[in-house]
Design a protein around this ligand. Structure first.
Ligand code: IMP
Ligand code: MG
Length: 167
């Protein structure tokens, strides 16, 4: 079994803080919580329940083009409101690594006309960054370790672990 890096309890406490912080920044209105599948599924569900006040849900699926992962080309499918004109979007992902995914999903949300975009990740590995993106809200800054659990997989495994663990 992988070794525990962050316990479910520690994650839960931080997610509650992030939910409160998002509401403080976002004002009283309806926020379009937009999760990046599949990895954000668990974090999204917890964050949605930690966020006071009204929210709508949307999802994105981001995939690196096969065989060209090194070029960082990311294909994005959006599932949510037809247009985001005038909407305040919160982009949610579990981990920010090289930054290619966040850059690509952000561009899609901007193209759909979002009035504001706040980015929130549970984990940030700044030492791995290849493109110039940062998240507005970060749960934990982590070193260059490969983490699994809490939605994160290795070859499709471990997403359902309650803790975050080091492979
Ligand atoms: P980026 O595009 O390199 O920032 O990578 C983001 C995606 O890479 C995440 O959504 C994860 O799917 C995957 N990823 C990056 N680091 C890890 C890790 O430590 N464990 C599991 N998946 C990871
Ligand atoms: Mg993965």
């Amino acid at each position: 079994m992988p070794e525990i890096y962050l316990s479910a309890g520690a994650i839960d406490a931080r997610v509650r803080e992030l939910g409160a912080e998002i509401r403080t920044r976002g004002g009283d209105g309806t926020l379009v919580l937009t999760g990046v599948l599949k990895g954000a599924a668990i974090f999204f569900a917890d964050l949605a329940r930690a966020l006071p006040g009204p929210s709508e849900f949307a999802f994105l699926r981001a995939r690196s083009y096969e065989g060209t992962e090194s070029t960082g080309e990311v294909q994005v499918e959006f599932s949510g409101p037809e247009a985001l004109g005038g909407r305040d979007v919160v982009l949610v992902d579990t981990i920010l690594d090289t930054g290619h995914t966040m850059k690509a999903v952000r561009e899609v949300v901007d193209t759909l006309g979002a009035r504001s975009v706040t980015t929130c990740v549970l984990l940030d590995k700044p030492s791995r960054r290849e493109v110039d993106v940062a998240a507005d809200l970060v749960g934990f800054e982590v070193p260059d370790l490969f983490l699994v659990g809490y939605g994160l997989d290795h070859d499709g495994r471990y997403r359902g672990l309650r803790d975050l663990a080091v492979l």
